[in-house]
Design a binder for this molecule. Structure first.
Ligand code: ZN
Ligand code: ZN
Length: 122
């Protein structure tokens, strides 16, 4: 029988996963699913809200003005692309956590709005 080192959950089929941000072990009950990487047959998790926020920050910090230039007036922002840029292009993701996707969209839109405002000022 397995026991989760993070929340103490016990179960015969308990699946432990490493947090992709800090590396701590947790289980699928106490960790937050981020997305799947089908080519590597992996699912990425993080285990706390601060780790989730750190991941969001990592991705948004990585968005350069050049990245945004092409989508400055596009209806949809290439959120998948922003994630790939951070975690590596060989980690093609699928089924992102809707909450994560929403957060990254909002953050990216903020960056874009700032860029647009900057543009109209010059
Ligand atoms: Zn963590
Ligand atoms: Zn757990």
């Amino acid at each position: 029988m397995g026991k989760c080192p993070n929340c103490g959950s016990k179960g015969l089929f308990l699946k432990t996963v490493a947090c992709r941000i800090c590396g701590k072990e947790g289980c699928t009950n106490c960790s937050t699913y981020l997305f799947a990487v089908p080519l590597k047959k992996e699912a990425w998790y993080c285990h706390t809200t601060p780790c989730f926020e750190l991941f969001v920050k990592k991705v948004t910090d990585n968005i350069s003005p050049e990245d945004m230039q092409q989508s400055l007036y596009a209806r949809r922002l290439p959120v998948y692309g922003f994630i790939h840029k951070t975690i590596g292009w060989d980690n093609q993701i699928e089924n992102p956590n809707p909450e994560l996707f929403k957060r990254l969209t909002v953050e990216a839109e903020n960056i874009r709005d700032a860029l647009r405002a900057n543009k109209s000022r010059t």
